[in-house]
Design a binder for this molecule. Structure first.
Ligand code: SAH
Length: 220
C-alpha cells in the first residue's frame, strides 16, 4: 500500500513536471524539445512491457543496496534532473553552450537509440525486467538483436546518455547521466552475467562465446 502510494505520488509529480516542460518548450529550445519527444517515445516503448511483465513470478534476483543506488542514480539523472530543469529552469546556473553541430549529433543519435531500445524490448519480451531478476519460465533469448549483442538495451541507453548533454546543455540535467550510467554498467553487467550463468549454465557460456557485450563480436 505504502509502495503503491509512493508510486502514484512519484508518477503524479512526473506528469506535472512533464506538463510544465512541454509548456516551456519554446524557452528551452528545439534541442530540449527533441529530448522531450524522445523521452515520451521511451515511455511509450517501455510501458506495455512494464504492465505485462508485472504479472511475472520472480524466482531469483540480485537486488540490493548497490543495485538500488545505481537504479536511483539513473532515475535521477535520466528523468528527474532533466524534467526539473526543463519544467522550472532550476539548474540554469549550470548551463553551457555547445556549437550547433553538437545539437545535430544529439538529434541524429535518437534514431539508433530508439530503434535499439524498441528492438531489445521486443526481443526480450516477458523476460525483461528493470531490476536483475530471473522469472518463472525464464527463457534465454539468443535470437533477434540478442543473437549478436548480449546487452543491446544498455547499448541503446548509452546512446541516449551520450546524446543527453548535447540536447540539454547543463552540467546537472545533461551531463551527470554519463557518470551514473557508466557506474551502472561497470557494476551491473558482471552481476547480471553471473546471474544468467547460474541460471543457464553452459548454454550461457556458449552464448557469451559468440556474442559481444555492447558491440557484435566481429567488430571487437
Ligand atoms: N542486459 C540486457 C537486458 C537488460 S534487462 C540488455 O541490455 O539488453 C535485465 C534483465 O534481462 C535481467 O534481469 C535478465 O533477467 C534479463 N536478461 C538479460 N539478458 C537476457 C537474455 N539473453 N535472455 C533472457 N533474459 C535476459
Amino acid at each position: 500500500m505504502v509502495t503503491s502510494l509512493g508510486a502514484i505520488a512519484t508518477m503524479s509529480l512526473g506528469v506535472i513536471l512533464l506538463g510544465f516542460a512541454i509548456w516551456r518548450w519554446r524557452e528551452n529550445g528545439l534541442d530540449a524539445a527533441i529530448w522531450l519527444v524522445s523521452f515520451l517515445a521511451t515511455i511509450a516503448i517501455r510501458a506495455p512491457h512494464s504492465l505485462r511483465n508485472r504479472r511475472n513470478v520472480v524466482v531469483a534476483d540480485r537486488k540490493g543496496g548497490i543495485e538500488n543506488i545505481l537504479l536511483g542514480g539513473m532515475f535521477a539523472t535520466m528523468m528527474v534532473f532533466p524534467l526539473l530543469q526543463l519544467a522550472t529552469g532550476i539548474f540554469d546556473f549550470a548551463n553551457y553552450v555547445l556549437p550547433h553541430g553538437a545539437t545535430w549529433i544529439g538529434i541524429v543519435l535518437q534514431v539508433p537509440y530508439l530503434w535499439l531500445f524498441w528492438r531489445s524490448h521486443a526481443d526480450l519480451g516477458r523476460n525483461w525486467s528493470p531490476g536483475l531478476e530471473v522469472r518463472a519460465e525464464h527463457g534465454l533469448v539468443t535470437s533477434g538483436i540478442y543473437a549478436r549483442i548480449r546487452h543491446p538495451m544498455y547499448a541503446a541507453i548509452w546512446l541516449s546518455a551520450l546524446a543527453q548533454p548535447l540536447l540539454i546543455q547543463n552540467w546537472i540535467a545533461g551531463t551527470l547521466v554519463i557518470a551514473a550510467f557508466a557506474a551502472m554498467l561497470f557494476i551491473r553487467v558482471p552481476n547480471e552475467e553471473a546471474m544468467m550463468r547460474t541460471e543457464f549454465g553452459d548454454a550461457y557460456d556458449d552464448y557469451c562465446a559468440r556474442t559481444g557485450r555492447l558491440f557484435p563480436k566481429s567488430w571487437t
